[in-house]
Design a protein. Structure first.
Length: 197
């Protein structure tokens, strides 16, 4: 990659990062390209050298996050471990993303409804499919006697909503470290699934 291209790519990365923070704090609708240019420290006109529109930024954030999660669930599905271990692996990954990739995950979860079509329908379909794939792992665990008889779709929603609650951990003044947080959450969520011996 040439020096100019590298510089442009790193500037675009900075724009996406600052946009994610702004969209999380203000919401997509209340954020403007002018505000974003000011935050990045460039002229509004220069912003368009790196990005075409506010919607393009949201598309990039949402689909980058979707790709990360789709790659992970594909890796987990193809593994040979027990279903309980597959679920633990997915939950740990979700927690890790909420700790390390927080801004993007929150924006993709809350602001995707502002995507233009056909991106909105595509993203919504990916969310729905991901949850079904997660639920299928739970259902397989029920069939194999690893997991208690529960409604798998409801279990997925409860677990993912619990992990989204990590947002309050980010705001907390006194917080446990990320590993301790993950271990506590996994213990509570997995023990709720595990079939008693």
């Amino acid at each position: 990659m040439k020096k100019i291209e590298r510089k442009k790519a790193s500037k675009k990365g900075l724009i996406l990062q600052r946009a994610a923070t702004m969209f999380r704090e203000r919401g997509f609708a209340a954020s403007s390209m002018r505000d974003l240019a000011e935050t990045v420290g460039i002229e509004a006109a220069s912003l368009y050298n790196h990005i075409r529109s506010k919607n393009e930024i949201l598309e990039s954030i949402c689909f980058d996050v979707a790709n990360i999660f789709n790659e992970k669930i594909q890796e987990v599905e193809s593994g040979r471990q027990s279903n309980i271990n597959k679920i633990e692996s997915l939950l740990r990954f979700h927690i890790e993303q909420m700790v390390d990739n927080y801004e993007n995950v929150i924006v993709s979860d809350r602001e995707w409804r502002h995507l233009d079509e056909p991106y909105r329908a595509n993203f919504q379909n990916q969310r729905r499919t991901y949850r079904k794939r997660f639920a299928a792992i739970i259902e397989d665990g029920i069939v194999k006697g690893e997991i208690r008889r529960i409604d798998a779709a409801t279990a997925v929603l409860i677990m993912l909503h619990a992990i989204n609650g990590i947002e309050s951990w980010h705001r907390s003044k006194v917080k446990m470290n990320a590993d301790e947080l993950a271990n506590n959450m996994i213990r509570i969520l997995i023990d709720g699934l595990r079939k008693p011996a």
